[in-house]
Ligand binder design. Structure first.
Ligand SMILES: *[C@@H]1O[C@H](CO)[C@@H](O)[C@H](O)[C@H]1NC(C)=O
Ligand SMILES: *[C@@H]1O[C@H](CO)[C@@H](O)[C@H](O)[C@H]1NC(C)=O
Length: 313
């Protein structure tokens, strides 16, 4: 009893040297309580955020579309768009649409706002900047998959028009003469009902096409390269197969062979590979699939649980 009391007294009385035991004045500085300008800088909105090769799947379902993914470092985001009376609304299905939730309000304006913060005017600049959204990696592009839900040609025309604020500021990845790709802060990739014939034949453009990863050798897609499709995607379950174990190796020999062939076909043509519909449960299975996909060279992991995927990296 006496012994226990001694310990309690020692804990309360201190000082016990310990890691993390810092003076109150240093604590005050760390809390930035003096509120001085020296501790802010123009492009610090995304400081501390390390970009990760992750696609924020169904991003528009999150509490703050675009910003939630951004705050987790996801280098890829997604919006499902529906055209009604000339406006592009964002939502998973028709019942989810509202007047307020538009491509402009949930994505174009917020992305533009972040980019304007990352590209301030300043007497210190010797030439204009085109930084991306990441303060820690300004050359990293943000992939933005726009999933067309209503009639392809009409809707994608509206998408092209809706990109104008980003285009006008020079923030989009572009193609010139059907050959030269210039990397920009945002890379637009049409998916869903996006018509290939509105992308592939267009020589000068600032939008791309999400080709079907597992079908790149079909005649229809045989001449597609990274100039048309910087990322191609497919359903993991269908293209690689159902995962029936949760032990390492997570893929059968045949599944691994199929996966490698698909990624190799894509990479030979300068196309990055992305799989959706990967297992999300149990956790161990999900993580083994993620690890395998990264090791085999996918450009983006598809993730629903962003806290989990951030912790995984
Ligand atoms: C589209 O316009 C028509 C005619 O003005 C109107 O009846 C309809 O409610 C509008 N649809 C939406 C989704 O706003
Ligand atoms: C690619 O193939 C399609 C369909 O076969 C064809 O229409 C298109 O012109 C081809 N594009 C190039 C760049 O060869």
């Amino acid at each position: 009893m006496l012994f226990l009391t001694g310990i309690v007294v020692a804990l309360v009385a201190g000082p016990v040297p310990a890691i993390g035991a810092i003076t109150s004045s240093l604590q005050s500085i760390l809390k930035n309580t003096h509120g001085s300008n020296e501790y802010e800088y123009p492009t610090d909105l995304t400081r501390n955020l390390l970009p990760i090769p992750v696609h924020s799947h169904n991003d528009y379902w999150r509490d703050e579309p675009f910003y939630t993914g951004l705050s987790h470092g996801c280098t890829s985001t997604e919006a499902d768009v529906w055209l009604y009376n000339g406006t592009l609304y964002v939502g998973h299905d028709q019942s989810a649409l509202t007047e307020e939730r538009t491509l402009e309000s949930l994505y174009i304006n917020p992305i533009l706002d972040v980019l304007e913060r990352q590209n301030p005017e300043s007497p210190f600049l010797t030439s204009p900047t085109k930084n991306g959204v990441w303060d820690t990696a300004p050359d990293q592009t943000l992939y933005f998959f726009i999933d067309v839900k209503t009639s392809g040609h009409e809707t994608f025309n509206a998408v092209i028009a809706a990109l104008e604020p980003l285009r006008a500021k020079g923030y989009l990845t572009t193609v010139k003469d059907g050959k030269a790709v210039t990397n920009g802060a945002v890379t637009i990739i049409g998916t869903g009902e996006t018509p290939l014939d509105m992308v592939a034949p267009v020589k000068d453009r600032d939008y791309f096409f999400d080709a079907p990863l597992a079908d790149l050798n079909d005649p229809e897609y045989a001449n597609i390269t990274g100039v048309v499709s910087p990322v191609a995607s497919t359903d993991f379950d269908k293209a690689v197969g159902k995962i029936t174990v949760d032990t390492d190796p997570i893929l059968t020999e045949d599944q691994l062979k199929a996966l490698r062939a698909q990624i190799a076909t894509a990479n030979e043509r300068g196309i990055g590979a992305r799989y959706w519909n990967t297992p999300y449960f149990p956790i161990r299975k999900r993580n083994l699939v993620w690890r395998t996909l990264l090791r085999e060279g996918v450009i983006l992991l598809n993730a629903d649980d962003l806290d989990a995927v951030t912790a995984y990296f």
